[in-house]
Every structure is written in structure tokens, then in C-alpha cells.
Design a protein around this ligand. Structure first.
Ligand code: CP
Length: 315
């Protein structure tokens, strides 16, 4: 694996390998000294053309925990605001000889395009409505930590599927790892033909009691230039998941940021059934694993008959 652009770049064995590796890094994060020297002397650039809290901070911390030098650029406040193109921006940053560039961009395909311009490994941290592969991997990791394998689990993805790169990556990743995926939302927020990706489609929450995991999506207003639902109040009445809609064994996930009281009830966020904090913590371990696999481990499958390849002594 030279780049991580899409869940399509991975097979189930590689995903298992990355999750095993993330488990090693989660252990490292419990040590007093949380850094390992794996990427000492290497440079990681993070380049964000869209807002982010979780993805940008966790990739930056992941690279630092691996002892890389990190250059973090946000389009807002950079020379992008003076009209510099993506290509010229990347050429400028390439002067620092980065080993990896982590990019988030509003255009689908931006990360793939970048991968053709640079020698560095490219990680797609979200491109338009297309893909967010590291999110899907961290979600699998958070699930594995809580309930083990996704194999045979029923996972409902509820909300604005149409505008969601998380939904596209997660449908693929959950299905690849053996889960039965259902997507639910208003017809206006459902991409035409989504069932071809192997999921079932519903337009109400009827039957949600069958789900082991309910994965909620916020309404992506930043990608809408028209109204897709009659009103937020009406949407919340029909699709908000709160404690009254859930049985005792059902878990809830959300990639964040949440809109409390719209797609998710505050009572759910503050309950033990909610994995949101686990997902954020998983983001660090999984993004360390991604950078390690791309840069330190040459993209080979990372397990041996004795278990994961060692990741090194503290830095
Ligand atoms: N889930 C996610 O991508 O969050 P951020 O937009 O905060 O990075």
C-alpha cells in the first residue's frame, strides 16, 4: 500500500493487520512515554482545505507520537487565500521532502490527483462526498474494542447518507468485514443506487430494533445549496435516535461533530451505549497505524506467525 485513498485500497486481511497494529499503538498510548522512534527524521505534512477537529488533530498527534516532524497547513489563513492553487501549494510543501501528505479537500478525487504529483505517500483525510477511509478504520477499531469482530453484526447507518463520505467508506468497510449494513434516511438524502454497494435501504426507523449498532450521521449543511427536508424539526421527529428508540443492548456511533437534538438525542450522547469518545480515542491509534504502515513498514501486511511486528522502544 503506497497511499491510502479509499477503502478500495484495502482487503480484509490488510484491514485486520492495520487494526492489530492500532492495538499495539493503543498500548503505547498507555505508557508514561507515549512516543516511539519509528518515523524519526521523516516529515509529515497535513493539508486541510476543510474544517476539521478530530481528523486534523489526531493525524498531527499520531505523526508526533511516531517522532516525525509535522507541518500543519490549513487553507484558511494560508496562501490559498491569496489564490495559490492546490498544485502550487503542494509543490511548495514538497520542498520540505515530506514522507507523507495527509489531505482533506472539498473536491472528490483531490487526494488521488495529489498522489500523481508527489513522491510522498498520500492519505485521504476526506475528499468531498467521496471517501474518508481512516474514519471507517477507526470505527472498526472502536467496535472491535467494544464488541469484537464486525462479522455478522447488524449495523444501521442513519441520516444524511447522500452527502456523507463517511457513509460511503463505512458501508464498504463494514460490509468487507462481514457486517450486514442497512442505511436509513429520507429519500431526498439517499444516493440513488446505493443498494448496489451491498446495503439494504430503508426510509424510516421501522425495524431499527434489529440493529446491534446504530451509526448516526449529521445533516451536512455545508454541502447543500437547497433544502432536502421540510424542516429540521420534522427530520428530528422522524429520524432522531434517542433512548426511547433504542433497546438496552444497542450501541450508538457517530463520526462527529454531532448536532445534539437533531440526529441524536443528548441522552444517548451521555450514555454508556455511546461510542463517540471511543471513536475519537481510536482515531489516534488507527492513524498512527496508517502512518506506520505507509512509511515505516513499507506497506506490507504487518502480522507474523508470532503476532504484530514490533514497533520499537520508546523514543
Ligand atoms: N469525523 C471527522 O472527520 O471529524 P472532523 O471533521 O472534526 O475531522
Amino acid at each position: 500500500m503506497k497511499h491510502l485513498l479509499s477503502i478500495d485500497d484495502l482487503d480484509p486481511e490488510q484491514i485486520e493487520g492495520l487494526l492489530d497494529r492500532a492495538e499495539s499503538f493503543a498500548e503505547v498510548s498507555k505508557r508514561d512515554i507515549k512516543k516511539v522512534p519509528a518515523l524519526r527524521g521523516r516529515t509529515v505534512v497535513t493539508l486541510f482545505y476543510e474544517a476539521s477537529t478530530r481528523t486534523s488533530s489526531s493525524f498531527e498527534l499520531a505523526a508526533k507520537r511516531l517522532s516525525a516532524d509535522v507541518v500543519s497547513v490549513k487553507a484558511s489563513g494560508s496562501s490559498v487565500e491569496k489564490g495559490e492553487s492546490l498544485k502550487d501549494t503542494v509543490e511548495t510543501l514538497s520542498a520540505y521532502d515530506p514522507a507523507a501528505i495527509v489531505i482533506r479537500h472539498p473536491q472528490a478525487g483531490a487526494a488521488q490527483m495529489l498522489s500523481q504529483w508527489v513522491d510522498a505517500a498520500v492519505v485521504n483525510a476526506g475528499d468531498g462526498m467521496h471517501q474518508h477511509p481512516s474514519q471507517a478504520l477507526l470505527d472498526l477499531f472502536a467496535l472491535r474494542q467494544r464488541i469484537g469482530s464486525a462479522e455478522g453484526r447488524k449495523i444501521w447507518i442513519v441520516g444524511d447518507v447522500l452527502h456523507s463520505r463517511v457513509a460511503r467508506s463505512n458501508i464498504q468497510a463494514f460490509s468487507m468485514m462481514g457486517a450486514e449494513v442497512t442505511v436509513a434516511g429520507p429519500p431526498t438524502l439517499m444516493p440513488r443506487g446505493i443498494e448496489a454497494s451491498g446495503c439494504e435501504v430503508r426510509h424510516s426507523l421501522d425495524g431499527i430494533e434489529e440493529a446491534d449498532v446504530v451509526y448516526l450521521l449529521r445533516m451536512q449543511n455545508e454541502r447543500m445549496d437547497e433544502s432536502f427536508v421540510p424542516s429540521i424539526r420534522e427530520y428530528a421527529r422522524l429520524f432522531q435516535v434517542n433512548s426511547r428508540r433504542l433497546g438496552p443492548r444497542q450501541l450508538v456511533m457517530h463520526p462527529g461533530p454531532v448536532n445534539r437534538g437533531v440526529e441524536i438525542g443528548g441522552d444517548v450522547i451521555d450514555s454508556d451505549r455511546c461510542l463517540i469518545a471511543d471513536q475519537v480515542a481510536s482515531g489516534l491509534a488507527v492513524r498512527m497505524a496508517i502512518l506506520f504502515e505507509l512509511l515505516a513498514h513499507g506497506g506490507e501486511t504487518n502480522t507474523t506467525s508470532e503476532g504484530p511486528v514490533p514497533i520499537g522502544e520508546p523514543a
